[in-house]
Design a protein around this ligand. Structure first.
Ligand code: C2E
Ligand code: CA
Ligand code: CA
Length: 675
């Protein structure tokens, strides 16, 4: 408001001055014009007087009044007659005699008398005009020189004046004609004042109007600004609420709303849904740090955003390392295959964090939504999730499009999910036993207990039900049930063979999230009446990356109870050597993938040898898994590994066969490796 007021004050004084100058200019111009008119008028009066005085002087004879006297009389009469005309200023005429003596009367104004004296006797004097303020009156005055017209006139004058100063054609006197312009000036000033007032008033009106308009604009602008700020703040908070702060992608709620919108109205064009899960994200987080995990999420988020822009769709982060997309079918992505390929390839580009390379990969489930078919959101998501599950199940780093087979798998999965807990509870799961063999003696040192389950008289693959048990949270029950069966077998086998028979059993990494897992295992063995030192617990590398402190504590407690601990499937996970040193294992089992096709693959051979060396270097007992033939056995022996397991020695055996195997070989002191 300050500057505005200051500005209006400045412009007001400018306008005031302008109006004054304008009013005075009008007044001056009109006064000048009026005084000119009055001067012309005075000239006409003089012309008139001169005309008839000239005539009179021509015809003048002795005894007639002097021409000058006649002139004065005539002028007085004329001016008298003019008095009633108000359009003219009052005019007075004086005709002073020539300087030297009084013919008529003496000029009262000194400067006028001096002017007449100056021009007297000259021949080329002109009319002298002046506009003066005298005694509070404004006077327009003309001094007209009068010339001697005839000898008669000259001689008369000279005689009267007692001089010979004048000749014919000389200036001998003057008309002093005055117009009193006072009334006009007063009136003019009045008009100028009124004009000034009107100008100011007009300005004031305009200024007020402008002020009101400006204020309205300022208020409007303020309101608009306020509303904009409110809208921006709202948009910002909406954005914050609806977008993930790390990646800037939409949150789950936005994704669901978009899906509802698309499915709610009559769908016009097909669109794809993608559910994306990063493979081994947890390992990155745990082995490289949370910063690296965040950097990976941000990089993947940026890539998904780019794909969403390319395809005119939406990318969202559902939580953790799970992402989702909605992409309309278009020339850019005409099929699920096109979208899936692009996603897998683009997400799979290397990410660098603090100079370290991260190689991301993802599992992606895809589903299409086409017009003219009813789609319910939960069904769509279930289908896409089933496709994602299939992608993960199929080995990760790939996409999977939802189809009938996946639907069947999904149905099967839900069947297993609902049947498995019951089966565990009712002790319907079986166990089989696969020996671990001493490579130098060929004698079994231990039997690994593996779970088996028949559903509707058909056996379910252990990897399948174990994974489902892990996903649905029943894995610990399953593991303990298997351990219990294994322990009972060990007790039986020990009594039948007369030597203590050892068993090993698998405990899922998830079990090690349970704080009292060691106590549960010990209790289980106590219930089966098996000494803890007859047992090895196998855990996979993922145990390491879950929570190293808790896991180590549980492993230590197991060992404190005399239970051995083995690291299973070594070489398939992400665990670093540092972890291996920190964790307290008695045994390392080299994953069987190292032996697959090893005879034809030099690189694999080299890797296998190095990994066994490394495991031995850690001073642990080494078990080579998956020995299927003599070549592999020879290879395992050549590396210096002491134990082996695989179909070459024995497939997993049921209880009877395993007992038989134990009876035959444990007592047998045969030195050959092959049973
Ligand atoms: P694992 O612990 O590595 O068990 C060894 C698996 O390798 C067994 O498969 C066994 O049949 C197979 N195997 C043994 N020797 C050979 C060989 O020479 N060649 C080939 N190709 N395979 C061989 P299985 O019984 O199908 O079990 C698969 C996985 O399921 C196991 O891998 C284990 O991780 C898991 N599992 C089985 N039972 C249980 C259980 O009670 N609890 C938990 N947590 N996991 C279990
Ligand atoms: Ca195992
Ligand atoms: Ca294994």
């Amino acid at each position: 408001m300050g500057p505005f007021r200051h500005q209006s004050l400045g412009s007001a004084s400018l306008v005031f001055t302008g109006a004054l100058v304008l009013a005075l200019s009008f007044f001056s111009v009109s006064l000048w014009e009026f005084s000119r008119t009055e001067a012309d008028d005075r000239a006409r009066i003089v012309q008139l007087a001169e005309a008839f005085v000239g005539q009179y002087a021509e015809e003048h004879t002795e005894g007639m009044p002097l021409p000058a006297a006649f002139r004065r009389m005539g002028l007085e009469t004329f001016l008298q007659a003019r008095l009633g005309n108000t359009s003219h200023a009052p005019v007075t005429v004086r005709v002073p005699g020539p300087p030297g003596a009084e013919l008529g009367f003496t000029e009262p104004l000194v400067h006028v008398a001096e002017e007449i004296d100056r021009i007297a006797g000259t021949r080329d004097a002109g009319i002298h005009e002046e506009l003066r303020v005298e005694n509070w009156r404004v006077i327009g005055r003309s001094i007209f020189p009068t010339f001697a017209r005839s000898e008669v006139c000259v001689s008369c004058h000279n005689r009267e004046l007692g001089t010979d100063r004048y000749a014919v054609g000389d200036v001998m006197g003057a008309f002093v004609v005055e117009s009193d312009l006072t009334a006009y000036v007063v009136r003019g000033l009045g008009y100028a004042g009124v004009a000034f007032g009107l100008l100011l008033f007009g300005y004031q009106l305009l200024a007020n109007r402008e002020h009101r308009r400006t204020r309205a604009i300022v208020e409007l602008e303020g309101q608009v600004k306020l509303e904009r700020q409110q809208r921006e703040a709202e948009a910002h908070s909406n954005f914050v609420l609806s977008h993930d702060s790390l990646t800037g992608l939409a949150r789950r709620s936005v994704f669901m709303d978009r899906l509802k919108d698309l499915c709610g109205e009559g769908l016009e064009a097909a669109f794809f849904i993608a559910l994306i899960d990063l493979d081994e994200f947890k390992s990155v987080n745990d082995t490289m740090g949370h910063d690296a995990g965040d950097a990976l999420l941000v990089a993947v988020g940026t890539r998904l955003k780019q794909i969403a822009v390319e395809g005119g769709g939406l990318a969202a982060r559902l939580g953790g390392d799970e992402f989702a997309m909605i992409i309309p079918q278009s020339a850019t992505y005409p099929s699920m295959h096109a979208l899936g390929s692009r996603l897998v390839e683009f997400i799979g580009c290397q990410v660098t964090h603090n100079g370290c390379a991260i190689q991301p990969s993802s599992s992606i489930g895809l589903c299409v939504c086409v017009p003219g078919r009813h789609h319910d959101i939960s069904g769509l998501l279930k289908h896409t999730d089933a496709a994602l599950y299939a992608a993960k199940n199929g080995g990760k780093n790939q996409f999977c499009q939802f189809n009938e087979n996946i639907l069947q798998d999904l149905k099967r999965r839900s069947l297993i999910t609902s049947a498995l807990p019951q089966a565990i509870k009712r002790d319907e799961l079986n166990v089989v036993f696969q020996p671990k063999v001493c490579l130098s003696s060929g004698r079994p040192v231990e039997f690994e207990t593996l779970a088996r389950w028949d559903l509707n008289s058909k056996s379910v693959c252990p990897s399948e039900f174990v994974r489902i048990a892990e996903e649905t949270g029943t894995i610990l029950d399953l593991d303990l049930a298997t351990l219990m069966n294994g322990a009972r077998f060990a007790v039986t086998a020990s009594s039948r063979t007369g030597v203590p028979v050892r068993i090993s059993s698998n405990i899922s990494a998830l079990g090690f999230r349970t704080p009292n897992i060691a106590e549960k295992i010990v209790t289980c063995l106590r219930q089966a009446s098996l000494a803890p030192d007859s047992v090895t617990i196998e855990v996979t590398e993922s145990v390491l990356v879950e929570n190293i402190e808790t896991a180590n504590e549980s492993l230590s407690r197991l060992r404190a109870n005399g239970i051995r601990v083995a690291l299973d499937d070594f070489g398939t996970g992400y665990s670093s050597l540092r972890y291996l040193q920190q964790l307290v294992f008695d045994e390392i089992k080299i994953d069987r993938s190292f032996l697959q096709d090893i005879a034809r693959d030099d690189e694999k051979h080299f890797l296998f040898v190095k990994i066994v060396e490394m495991a031995k270097g850690l001073n642990k007992e080494v078990v080579v898994e998956g020995i299927e033939d003599q070549t592999q056995l020879d290879l395992a022996i050549s590396t210096g590994a002491n134990l082996g397991q695989g179909y070459f020695f024995s497939e997993p055996l049921d209880e009877t066969a395993a007992l038989d195997y134990a009876r035959r070989l444990i007592g047998n002191r045969a030195g050959s490796a092959a049973g």
